[in-house]
Design a protein around this ligand. Sequence first.
Ligand code: ZN
Length: 130
Amino acid sequence: MFDQRSVMEAERETWPAVWKGWRRKCPNCGSGPLLKGYLSVRDSCPVCKQELFHHRADDGPAYLTILIVGHIMAPLLHIVFVQFRPEPLVLFTIFAIGCVALSLYLLPRLKGAMIGFQWSRYMHGFAKPG
Ligand SMILES: [Zn+2]
């Protein structure tokens, strides 16, 4: 027996929505910009009018960014130190710039992906009324 909610949930595929969010596009149409500026989420999509203010990304994107950057850079730091033993200031400069650059790259994309995930699963206010 089908209820209305399971039919609606089948309409939104998760990974295409996450991918659209990663590209910082609206998870519904994939062409409207999701963010204004670096991290601010638009209230609604300028193309398809999908309401976007329902998202509850909160600290999730920052958590994922730290998780990923840490798991890439910490082993890399170990390998570079053991294999090449560069000057301390050179090592610090390379990894400081690398960590900041990777974090700035990942943060808005992970935020978009998280919003796309929430949208696809009808989480928070993304659920249709009724
Ligand atoms: Zn849209």
